[in-house]
Design a protein around this ligand. Structure first.
Ligand code: ADP
Ligand code: MG
Length: 232
């Protein structure tokens, strides 16, 4: 079954004799095509959960199944392979390469998934879908924050992942730009049935997801279906 399943997913860090329970036994299921907002105070474990979902971190304990694959048993090589094909990332700081233009940035994840001309066509189509066709040869320094985040969103989708993970993607832009980015995500979510997990501090944004998961001290404090995301 397509989707993500976490069972008792746990990430502990040791600092001297102290154990930091960054994520502390989270069990939940996210179906394909859901739009999930993850909220909670600073330090509640949001980024840790996202990095575990994206296979950037290895859990201390528990199980994480992505599209029927038990990821905790994969070798490093298999994890990297699964990450490249299944997961797209978007960070608050965009993380674009300043020496590359928009098209080259969007195509970057294809290094690991050789799609040739079809891949390039997909990159161009995504740039069009995020509304940046007229900026395709521009460098990131020539773009606004909102435009850079659109590039990052296109890049996250270029390998047709089943899951897009966004960590505070609107944290560095103004309210209106943030809303435009959320509208874009809603549209991509609806059109491609891509699962979205979005970490945010902004409750107005979280309220637009179809589900809200609230973390506290590494545990799920609340998990509510908000209903269908409002069409963009
Ligand atoms: P959030 O994203 O909600 O602000 P994080 O997932 O970044 O929270 O962090 C959760 C907790 O785990 C915090 O107490 C943080 O200090 C701790 N933590 C995160 N990463 C590490 C690490 N690499 N080493 C030690 N502690 C960490
Ligand atoms: Mg964080």
């Amino acid at each position: 079954m397509a989707g993500v399943q976490l069972v008792n997913l746990t990430k502990h860090y040791k600092r001297g004799s102290e154990v930091i329970r960054a994520l502390d036994g989270v069990t939940l299921k996210i179906d394909r095509g859901e739009f999930v907002a993850v909220v909670g105070r600073s330090g509640s474990g949001k980024t840790t959960m996202l990095d575990l979902l994206g296979l950037l971190l290895k859990p201390t304990a528990g199980s994480l199944v992505i599209d029927d694959v038990e990821t905790t048993r994969l070798s490093d090589r298999e994890r990297a392979h699964t990450r490249a094909r299944k997961v797209g990332f978007v960070f608050q700081e965009y993380n674009l390469l300043s020496g590359l233009n928009v098209l080259e940035n969007v195509m970057l994840p294809q290094r690991y998934v050789k799609d040739g001309e079809a891949g390039k066509r997909r990159a161009i189509e995504l740039i069009e879908r995020v509304g940046l066709s007229d900026r395709i040869k521009h460098r990131p320094t020539e773009l606004s924050g909102g435009q850079m985040q659109r590039v990052a969103i296109a890049r996250s989708m270029v390998n047709a992942p089943s899951l897009i993970l966004l960590d505070e993607p609107t944290g560095a832009v103004d309210t209106e730009t943030a809303q435009q980015l959320v509208d874009l995500l809603k549209r991509l979510n609806r059109e491609d049935q891509v699962t979205i997990v979005l970490v945010t501090h902004d409750l107005d944004i979280a309220a637009q997801a179809s589900r809200q998961i609230r973390l506290k001290d590494g545990k799920v404090l609340a998990d509510e279906m908000v209903g269908e995301p409002v069409p963009a």
